[in-house]
Design a protein around this ligand. Structure first.
Ligand SMILES: Nc1nc2c(c(=O)[nH]1)N[C@H]1C(S)=C(S)[C@@H](COP(=O)(O)O)O[C@H]1N2
Ligand SMILES: [Mo]
Length: 223
């Protein structure tokens, strides 16, 4: 513990100090940054928007497929929230634009036995979230960040934003939304990470701590 703290103090982490007033917003074991780290598995996908679709399947009365402009014609919401990555960076007051997941749901004929959602995303990324978690006011299918369209690296054209869970649950480049009666683990959830992922409970790992260096994110790309 002590060693790690010392190591972090010495490394050049683009970290900002947290005032006493804001401390309660920083989950245990997190560091605040004002940069915007870019984290994902695989390559940044490129899309031909005329062919791009969001597919809805699983426990729905009818499978549906949406073009981006159909989603953008839905009621728009702007959410300002804090985000927390399991690799220990947090960023406060990030501003997203999109449609509330809840408002999107109103278009779908979701069956009553649906209790879980799997986000299917490029490249071969999946993450699972209980449906109930997605009904909150601040959960979005987002196409905008900070007043501009999402950049390619942050998920253009569409990503999920689920602020109250570690940020790996906020899938970038989503292509499919599956409604399920039983829970099923996604990519990180199968690979040692916690199924629930509440940052304030520090639900990082499913079993033993993984050997992820605490400063891993610093070596990645930033905006
Ligand atoms: N499709 C996809 N979405 C993803 C990931 C990924 O590997 N693939 N990584 C997740 C992780 S671990 C984090 S921390 C956030 C990072 O989002 P950002 O690059 O916009 O900061 O995206 C999440 N969404
Ligand atoms: Mo992450």
């Amino acid at each position: 513990m002590h060693d790690k703290a010392e190591k972090l103090k010495k490394s050049k982490i683009p970290q900002v100090a947290v005032s006493d007033e804001l401390k309660h917003r920083l989950p245990p074991g997190q560091m605040l940054t004002d940069r915007f780290p870019i984290l994902h598995e695989g390559e940044v996908p490129e899309y031909d928007l005329s062919a791009w679709r969001l597919n809805v399947f699983g426990l729905v009365g009818a499978e549906r497929s949406f073009a981006l402009e159909e989603l953008q014609a839905l009621p728009r919401t702007r959410v300002v929230c804090d985000i927390h990555c399991v690799t220990r960076w947090s960023k406060f007051d990030t501003a997203w634009e999109g449609v509330r997941f809840r408002d999107f749901l109103a278009l779908l004929d979701v069956k009553p036995e649906a209790r879980y959602v799997m986000f299917h995303a490029d490249e071969n990324y999946e993450t699972n979230v209980p449906l109930e978690d997605l009904l909150r006011d601040d959960v979005l299918l987002a196409w905008g960040y900070d007043g501009k369209p999402l950049t390619d690296k942050h998920g253009f054209p569409l990503r999920a934003v689920v602020p109250h869970l570690y940020f790996w649950k906020s899938a970038k480049w989503i292509r499919g939304i599956e409604f399920m009666s039983e829970d099923r683990p996604g990519f990180w959830e199968r690979n040692g990470f916690h199924n629930v992922a509440d940052p304030f409970r520090e639900e990082r790992f499913s079993g033993e701590a993984l050997p992820i260096p605490e400063d891993e994110w610093v070596r990645k790309e930033f905006d």
